[in-house]
Design a protein around this ligand. Structure first.
Ligand code: BES
Ligand code: MN
Ligand code: MN
Length: 462
């Protein structure tokens, strides 16, 4: 793999322009208006996998958006790496907060990315990171250095809860057989502090609807006599956390994995500067569960957050009205041992019990997933760690992330695989936000690092 650096240097402009082309297709999985663009994107991924050297690439239909499957099997006796990624992206809204249109990629320098960053929806999450693997494969096949078999499973529903991927996996267990699953859909601490993601949080996503009177009412004629669903909903939400920011749902913490003092001390060694953290977000103070550090609050502790709340009059000017209904979307990030289905039930029961008789409450579960923690004492982790040492000149730090990739725990259950999360994004890349971007340095470094993982892993299985 020793010429990978020069290969990347030689082809970097093309690597960037190919990614830019992929980013131009608005593959928004949540919005059914973009169904055709989802198919166009799947086809583009297929073409790229074929160009990079896969022998077989298929677009596999599911009841939802298609999965792109590709493979290059060089020898059945060699180990197999399965690459997972997603070609769907989050909706770009709010559009007016973008400095350039989300599907017209532009390259701009930033303080953190002096070599330039590609600004577009999906640049980092996950088209850019997924495409690093396509280019790493290109390098290994074009230079005859692919040391093992490789399979790709690139889905189109990650951002909407991977609803049909479980179904796809159960129906293709033989085809997807592998020795390790490699994923780049997370981040790293900093360019000079490489890290490997060793944990993902689980998720339980709920939607609530509070109904008061059967129609909107004049707030003078009826104000003070009936339950205002917005007043009541906000009271109910406020009571879900106490003065220490502990979640008040009975049983919520019952199975939460508590870390030992030793593990917490180890975590605290990770480089982190609270002043910088606050400055980057323009906040005067951090906020969260009493008794835990910011790093802990954002990774090993469960949380409850309102993602959206609406109801009543929000147009221009003032309208004196008592709304009939109020709504909120509420998500809970979960940690190991919390069962998201159980937590969703606990939430539902508790939330319903909070409602005064003046209103009725409906609680629905959207989707969810289990938390996941990767071991660090296996061949796959060591192979990844050595790969970073080669290209970053530093041993990466294992770090648990606060984000979720709900399907990952199923990979382990259904495919009995070890999972390695080699993320190359940075927290400041604004994934899911306006002006999402991916540093060109990070993109190219990822392409350079991945082949060493293949080599180290293949060597370790001999
Ligand atoms: N790639 C992210 C998850 C992520 C990002 C993990 C950074 C760790 C670090 C993924 O695409 C994502 O956004 N997941 C969703 C969950 C999904 C069910 C919508 C999330 O975490 O909100
Ligand atoms: Mn992602
Ligand atoms: Mn995402």
């Amino acid at each position: 793999m020793d010429n990978v650096k020069s290969y990347v240097e030689e082809h970097k402009d093309r690597f960037v322009s190919e990614l830019v082309d992929l980013l131009k297709i608005p593959s928004i999985s949540a919005d059914s208006k973009f169904k055709n663009e989802m198919i166009t994107t799947a086809q583009a991924v297929k073409t790229e996998l074929e160009k990079a050297g896969c022998d077989l690439v298929e677009i596999c239909d599911t009841p939802g958006h298609p999965v792109v499957y590709g493979e290059k099997i060089i020898d059945k006796n060699l180990p197999t790496v399965l690459v997972y990624g997603h070609y769907d992206v989050q909706p770009p809204d709010p559009l007016d907060l973008w400095n350039s249109p989300p599907f017209e990629p532009v390259i701009k320098e930033t303080e953190l990315h002096p070599d330039g960053a590609i600004f577009a929806r999906g640049a980092c999450d996950d088209k850019g990171q997924m495409y690093m693997h396509v280019k790493a494969l290109e390098y290994m096949t074009k230079t005859n250095q692919l040391p093992c078999n490789v399979k790709f499973m690139i889905e189109g529903e990650e951002e909407v809860g991977s609803e049909h991927l479980g179904w796809f996996i159960e129906n293709n267990l033989e085809k997807l057989k592998n020795d390790v699953i490699l994923i780049s859909d997370t981040g790293m601490i900093a360019k000079d502090v490489p890290s490997i993601t060793t944990g993902l949080r689980g998720l339980s996503y709920m939607e609530v609807e509070v109904t008061g009177p059967n129609r909107d009412l004049h707030s003078g004629l009826y104000g003070g006599t009936v339950g205002n669903p917005i007043n009541i909903l906000t009271k109910m939400i406020a009571s879900l956390t106490d003065e220490n920011n502990h979640i008040t749902i009975p049983g919520f913490y019952d199975n939460v994995e508590e870390l030992s003092a030793e593990e917490r001390a180890k975590m605290a060694e990770a480089p982190y500067n609270e002043e910088e953290y606050k400055k980057k977000l323009d906040i005067n103070d951090v906020y969260g569960e009493a008794g835990f550090s910011t790093l802990e609050r954002g990774s090993i502790r469960p949380t409850l957050d309102v993602n959206g709340i609406w109801g009543g009059y929000i147009g221009e000017g003032a309208k004196t009205v008592l709304p009939s209904k109020a709504f909120a979307k509420i998500s809970m990030r979960l940690v190991p041992n919390q069962d998201w289905k159980e937590i969703s039930e606990l939430f539902k029961k508790h939330f319903e019990s909070l409602a005064p008789k003046a209103v009725t409450v409906k609680v629905n579960t959207h989707h969810g997933g289990y938390a996941y923690v990767t071991p660090i004492d296996n061949d796959a982790y060591k192979a990844a760690s050595k790969a970073y040492e080669k290209t970053f000149g530093k041993t990466p730090i294992p770090q648990r992330s606060g984000g979720s990739i709900p399907i990952v725990s199923l990979f382990e259950k259904a495919l009995k695989s070890k999972i390695i999360l080699m993320g190359f994004g940075q927290d400041t890349d604004a994934i899911h936000s306006p002006n999402e971007h991916f540093g060109i340095w990070n993109y190219l470094k990822g392409i350079e690092t991945i082949p060493y993982f293949y080599k180290n892993f293949a060597d370790s299985q001999k």
